[in-house]
Design a protein around this ligand. Structure first.
Ligand SMILES: [Zn+2]
Length: 570
């Protein structure tokens, strides 16, 4: 038994996430956490909402609510949707928690103490009418390069030219439309990441087992151009963690907050404190402090590829820079993007299926199975309604669902709703046990390595073995001439249902629980020994025929949904 700390990239607070976000971090993290718990390991699985920054302020303003109230409400909404997808977080925290305030201020204070913080005077655009500094992306104007009228302060979306807000012709505030903008001086804190470049490079080089997607992105940021840059960790905003040096005020930094990307990853640690403070467990430090027991913890992070630079460089710079005994990540599992039906998911244009909508039309297992079995691991993947319909109908209804339905109904009609007695294994059963053993060992290997598509494919093949066995040995025919042998075949197949429930639990937890309930067993032990596992339900053990677990998606539904989610949501 080992100890595993697992975190999913924390979703931003300003709205409900789409299925591409779900498969990019939370769902695969949940799969891994569930699997490790099943294998007997001690797991702490954490996620939270990322609540600071201008987008939260703007979303709250749009909703007509104070930002703290808006964030509290959206946290509840995201938490309920996570439950709907059966995401088994040990705690779903908030980056705005008091614990994270304190810890973020402590990290900043410590980094200043060891000389890794510098103060920089910057020039920034100030909107007199709005009474605030404006982040680059909240300034728009005409592009000096191509004449596009809605170029942002950081980039022109039309010609892609990188811009400074002062390059824009006729700039205005996107908050109020105000044109009375002036450049003012403001002081900010920078983390001297460049000082940590060698430490970070050595640490990344030591990670020989990381996916190429992860290390290549990290090395690009580390080495390209002028290399790793010092990074601003404060902002002129109201909503955020006030800049303090530990619990002391920071002279000259009054009224400023930490930049959201400085405090958000620290929430991974604060979330463990929240978990303990919520009474869900004890000893958060044994997960995070290497001087308090975290040396034997394996820490795995899950995230989309856009988050890799922050997790391989910025957050490790905070931890390494502190020179304190915090746990560093051991393995980063990063994902490419899931695209939607020939384009991209778009939150702003409402293109694609959002998490709340998905649960309105189908139970979570359908989505979990499809998304995980198409996880964008080695390249981008694409959701289309055709493949969704085809794969769900085939894998879940035709293969798994059909196997269960066929054998339980046959047993009820020819024997009873109890596991039948009689008969002995022959060569067909020995071959099946050998094949199952090979495939289950391969499945474990892929799950241990977090090779999700390979694991899904192996699980599907394990389901198929059961159907092929029934097809080839046809107990309904055997029964006519040799009821004893038919009883043995049925007994084996009924036991296989329990094994399927156990093996499938991390992918489709509801179906798994339903299968165990139908088989009237609480024995969810892992099939380390397949032959023994096939005797877990002995002759005479009573079961019930389960309801059809997976219904098929019709062509009409597919067409309706394709139209409904093409992009209208505001
Ligand atoms: Zn342009």
């Amino acid at each position: 038994m080992a100890r595993h700390l697992i975190t999913s990239a924390i979703p931003y607070i300003n709205g409900i996430k789409h299925l591409g976000n779900l498969i990019g971090s939370q769902l695969p993290a949940d799969l891994y956490a569930r699997y490790l718990r099943q294998r007997g390991h001690e797991v702490l699985f954490l996620c939270a909402t990322d609540e600071h920054g201008t987008p939260a302020e703007l979303a709250a303003a749009k909703a007509g609510k104070p930002v703290a109230e808006y964030c509290a409400e959206m946290h509840t909404v995201q938490s309920q949707i996570a439950d709907g997808f059966r995401l088994s977080f040990d705690h779903f925290g908030r980056s705005s928690s008091p614990q994270n305030h304190k810890l973020t201020q402590a990290f900043a204070g410590r980094l200043a103490e060891v000389g890794l913080i510098k103060e920089v005077i910057e020039e920034q655009v100030y909107s007199v009418a709005d009474g605030r500094f404006l982040p680059d992306r909240y300034i728009e104007g005409t592009c000096p390069n191509c004449g596009f009228e809605s170029a942002r302060g950081d980039q022109c979306d039309n010609c892609t030219k990188q811009l400074d807000p002062t390059d824009l012709i006729n700039p205005h505030s996107t908050i109020s439309g105000a044109t009375e903008l002036e450049v003012r001086e403001t002081k900010h804190l920078y983390l001297r990441q460049s000082e940590l470049k060698d430490d970070l490079a050595a640490w990344i080089d030591s990670k020989k087992d990381w996916p190429i997607l992860t290390t290549s992105i990290a090395k690009k940021w580390l080495n390209d151009g002028d290399g790793l840059q010092d990074r601003g960790i404060t902002r002129d905003l109201d909503w955020g963690i006030p800049v303090k040096q530990g619990d002391q005020t920071w002279p000259g930094m009054e009224g400023k907050v930490f930049y959201v990307w400085f405090d958000a990853p620290i929430e991974y640690i604060a979330c463990a404190q929240e978990w303990e403070d919520a009474g869900k467990g004890t000893g958060w430090e044994r997960w995070w402090r290497t001087d308090k027991g975290a040396d034997d913890v394996t820490y795995t992070q899950f995230m989309g590829k856009d988050n890799v630079p922050f997790h391989t460089l910025s957050f490790p710079a905070t931890i390494l820079g502190s020179q304190e005994p915090w746990k560093l990540v051991d393995y980063i599992k990063s994902f490419n993007y899931l695209n939607y039906d020939g384009g991209q998911f778009s939150t702003s244009r409402g293109r694609g299926v959002f998490m709340d909508q998905a649960l309105e039309i189908l139970p979570p297992d359908y989505w979990r199975w499809w998304l995980l079995s198409h996880a964008p691991e080695s390249s981008d993947a694409e959701f289309t309604w055709e493949t969704f319909q085809t794969d769900v109908n085939k894998d879940l209804a035709d293969v798994l669902g059909n196997f269960v339905s066929r054998i339980t109904k046959f047993c009820r009609s020819k024997f009873s709703e109890a596991v039948p007695d009689g008969g002995e294994y022959g060569p067909a059963e020995e071959k099946l046990i050998a094949d199952l053993t090979t495939r289950i060992r391969a499945y474990e290997k892929h799950m241990d390595a977090i090779e999700i598509r390979k694991a899904a494919s192996e699980l599907r093949a394990i389901w198929v073995l059961g159907n092929e066995y029934l097809q080839a040995n046809a107990p309904w025919t055997t029964f006519k001439t040799d009821p004893d042998t038919a009883a043995m075949q049925v007994r084996l197949a009924l036991n296989l249902i329990r094994i399927y429930a156990v093996l499938s639990a991390a992918f489709i937890p509801d179906a798994s629980a339903d299968l165990l309930a139908a088989m009237q067993t609480e024995d969810d032990s892992w099939p380390d020994d397949v032959q023994a596992a096939l005797t877990a339900l002995p002759a005479g053990h009573v079961f019930t025929v389960p309801d059809n677990q997976f219904r098929k998606i019709t062509d009409e539904e597919r067409e309706d949904w394709a139209e409904r989610f093409a992009g209208k949501r505001d």
